[in-house]
Design a protein around this ligand. Structure first.
Ligand SMILES: [Zn+2]
Length: 380
C-alpha cells in the first residue's frame, strides 16, 4: 500500500485504496464538468443539475479506472501472481504486483487486458449515450463524456513505453522474440523515456503558443503535458532500476547475507540487563528468546523502544518479545529477491531466518543494502 493512502473497500481479496492526491483530481474533474464542460455543451440546464451530473460522472469515471485495474488484477490472480492491493492516485491507478510475470505470454495478457477493459467500457457508454439521446439528455451527456474518456484512457495506456501497459506489451513482445528479459526491459524503458520527452517537448511548445496537430495549444494544457511527461520519465527509469536490482540479487540466497550475530537470551531476563549486557557492548539488535533449547520468540530493538525506560528494571524479555507464532519468517535457501518482496509486502524491516524450528539468523533490509553496495564497489 502506498504511503498517504486510505483503504475504502475489498473486492475478491484485493484491497482498494485511494491516495490523497486522488481527492484533488476528483474535485478538479467534478468542478471542470459542472462549471465548464456541461454548461458549454448543454446551456439550458440548472446549476443543481450541472453539479449532480458532474458528480455522478466523476464517480463513474473513478469506477471505470478501478475496473481497468481490476481487469489487470483478475488476470494476474488467475495466472498465480497475487495482487494484494490497488491504489488510485492522481494519474489513474496501480495494481501492486507481488512478483513479476514469469513468461512473456502472461505479461502480454496481463498488460493488454486493462486498456481493452477501458475501450470496451467506452464502447458500452457510447451505446448508452446514443440510446438516451433526446430521451434522457443528462444521461446521454454523462455517458457520452465517459465513452470519450474511457477510450482515451485505453489508447493512452497503449502507448508503447514502459511502465505504461503498452510498454509492458512491447516488453513482452521483445522478450518473446529475443528471449532476453533484461534487454527487452531496457528497450521498453528507453521507448518510455522517449515518449516522456516527447510529452515534455510538446508541453513546452504548447506553453509558448505552438499549435500541436490533434492536441491543440494553451498554457495550462502545456503544463499538464510537461507534468505527464515528467511523471512518465520518472516511472520509466524507476522501473528499470527495480529490474536492475532484481538482476543483482538473482541467484543469491538468504543465507548468504543474513546476519548471524543474534545472541540468545532467556525469557526471564530484564530489559535493563539485556540493554546493559548485550545491546550496548555488543551492538546486537536482535535476540532469539530461547528456553530449554527451543526458540519461543524474538526480541528486537523495536520491542525495547516500546517500553518506557523507567520500567526496564521490572519488565522481562518474555513480556515484550514477539512470540514465534506471530512471526513472519523466511527460509535460509529462499531467493533473496523473493524475501525482499515479502518484506516490502508485509512492511517489516527484518525477518527471522528459520529452518526446522531453529533460528539461524536475521535478514534485515540493511543486510541487503550493504550486499548490493559491496557488489557495486567490487564491480561484480
Ligand atoms: Zn493498466
Amino acid at each position: 500500500m502506498l504511503k498517504n493512502s486510505i483503504r475504502i473497500a475489498r473486492i475478491g481479496g484485493i484491497s482498494i485504496n485511494i491516495h490523497v492526491s486522488w481527492f484533488l483530481i476528483f474535485i478538479l474533474i467534478t468542478w471542470t464538468l459542472a462549471v465548464s464542460y456541461f454548461p458549454l455543451n448543454y446551456p439550458a440546464w440548472s446549476p443543481a443539475l450541472y453539479w449532480t451530473v458532474g458528480l455522478v460522472t466523476s464517480i463513474l469515471f473513478f469506477i471505470s479506472v478501478l475496473l481497468h485495474e481490476l481487469a489487470h488484477s483478475f488476470v494476474a490472480n488467475a495466472r498465480g501472481l497475487p495482487v494484494h492491493d490497488i491504489t488510485l492516485f492522481i494519474l489513474g491507478g496501480v495494481a501492486q504486483l507481488s512478483e513479476e510475470p514469469q513468461t512473456p505470454g502472461t505479461e502480454f495478457v496481463m498488460a493488454v487486458v486493462g486498456p481493452l477493459a477501458s475501450i470496451v467500457l467506452g464502447v458500452c457508454f457510447g451505446v448508452v449515450s446514443y440510446a438516451a439521446r433526446g430521451v434522457i439528455p443528462p444521461l446521454a451527456a454523462l455517458a457520452g463524456y465517459l465513452a470519450f474518456i474511457n477510450v482515451l484512457l485505453g489508447f493512452f495506456n497503449l502507448i508503447p513505453g514502459f511502465p505504461l501497459d503498452g510498454g509492458r506489451v512491447l516488453r513482452s513482445i521483445l522478450w518473446q522474440a529475443t528471449g532476453n528479459l533484461q534487454s527487452a526491459t531496457r528497450w521498453a524503458s528507453l521507448v518510455g523515456q522517449a515518449v516522456a520527452y516527447l510529452f515534455i517537448l510538446a508541453g513546452i511548445a504548447m506553453v509558448f503558443g505552438v499549435h500541436i496537430p490533434f492536441v491543440g495549444t494553451g498554457f495550462v494544457s502545456g503544463l499538464w503535458f510537461v507534468f505527464i511527461g515528467w511523471f512518465l520519465d520518472n516511472a520509466a527509469s524507476s522501473s528499470y532500476r527495480q529490474l536492475t536490482v532484481r538482476n543483482l540479487l538473482a541467484g543469491h540466497r538468504v543465507r548468504e547475507v543474513m546476519s548471524r550475530d543474534c545472541p540468545e537470551v532467556s525469557p526471564g531476563l530484564t530489559i535493563e540487563r539485556l540493554v546493559n549486557e548485550h545491546v550496548l557492548p555488543a551492538g546486537a539488535r536482535c535476540f532469539p528468546v530461547v528456553q530449554g533449547g527451543l526458540v519461543r520468540g524474538l526480541l528486537t530493538i523495536h520491542n525495547i523502544k516500546g517500553v518506557p525506560q523507567g520500567r526496564w528494571g521490572t519488565t522481562t524479555v518474555e513480556q515484550v518479545m514477539t512470540p514465534l507464532d506471530g512471526l513472519k519468517r523466511v527460509g535460509p535457501d529462499e531467493e533473496l529477491w523473493a524475501a525482499m518482496q515479502n518484506m516490502t509486502a508485509d512492511g517489516v524491516n527484518q525477518l527471522p531466518v528459520m529452518d526446522d524450528g531453529q533460528l539461524l539468523g536475521m535478514l534485515g533490509r540493511d543486510n541487503i543494502v550493504s550486499f548490493i553496495r559491496i557488489k557495486g564497489e567490487l564491480g561484480i
